[in-house]
Ligand binder design. Structure first.
Ligand code: JCE
Length: 229
């Protein structure tokens, strides 16, 4: 899987060197690069924004640099390009979207800033053969730009690629649980910590009882979480 992030702040992606994703890049399971949007401007000031038509506060990202930067990723790729445009008004990201995108060979993240990217960029690439456009939000809050949202999505996607996480058994367990069902609480040694004990069933050695307890505890938690939404 090839991953590209187009941004005016490539430094936001420094954490991609770390931990499991960093190792997956080193072992060529995935590739990652940033593209500096300003390299695709043509004026001396390297302008990426302008005032919004219709008025209002803030600035909007100009379409031309985005078009040039994304086109450069379309050529030579060969594979269909999944273009992910981060926006607070996109479809909510979830585990099923992560699974869909984990099957892609070529992911490009368009990370906007200011009040977002001129809407014609999404409109244009929806009509381009060889591109699939995904307008995605990671939740109902407003960030300063798309970079942090892209990092969240990249982490959720890459851990589904075989070989990226150390223990594929935990992936299997997650897929059994899947949506809504929050996982059971976990414990390790010592058995008593600050007066708090590990639930006795977990030290019983009865694997049937343990599985039942975990199932029930997971359900109980997801129900009480849903009530607090
Ligand atoms: C972004 C901004 C719109 C005002 C590019 C925010 C995604 N789940 C999400 N929350 N926020 C975002 C996000 C993604 C990309 C951009 N902004 C800031 N957007 C209105 C401010 C700019």
């Amino acid at each position: 899987m090839k991953i590209t992030a187009i941004t005016i702040f490539p430094e936001y992606f420094a954490p991609m060197k770390l931990s499991l994703i960093g190792k997956a890049i080193e072992s060529n399971l995935i590739s990652f690069k940033t593209v500096d949007l300003r390299e695709f401007t043509t004026d001396n000031h390297r302008t990426v924004d302008d005032t919004p038509y219709g008025g209002g506060a803030g600035m909007v990202m100009k379409p031309e640099p985005w078009g040039e930067a994304i086109d450069a990723e379309l050529v030579g790729g060969g594979e269909v390009l999944d273009l992910i445009i981060l926006t607070p008004s996109g479809a909510r990201f979830n585990q099923s979207k992560a699974r869909e995108l984990a099957a892609s060979k070529n992911l490009v993240f368009a990370c906007g800033r200011y009040e977002g990217i001129d809407a014609r960029v999404a409109e244009h690439y929806k009509q381009v053969a060889g591109a699939r456009v995904h307008e995605i939000s990671i939740g109902d809050y407003v960030l300063n730009g798309g970079e942090v949202a892209a990092l969240v999505i990249i982490e959720a996607i890459t851990r589904l690629i075989p070989g990226v996480i150390g223990n594929p058994e935990s992936l299997l367990e997650e897929s059994h649980n899947e949506i809504g069902e929050v996982e059971y609480p976990v414990y390790t040694k010592p058995t008593i910590w600050r007066g708090l004990e590990v639930p006795e069933v977990l030290t019983s050695g009865n694997h049937g009882e343990i599985a039942r307890w975990r199932r029930e505890e997971g359900l109980r938690r997801s129900e009480s979480l849903r009530k607090s939404e």
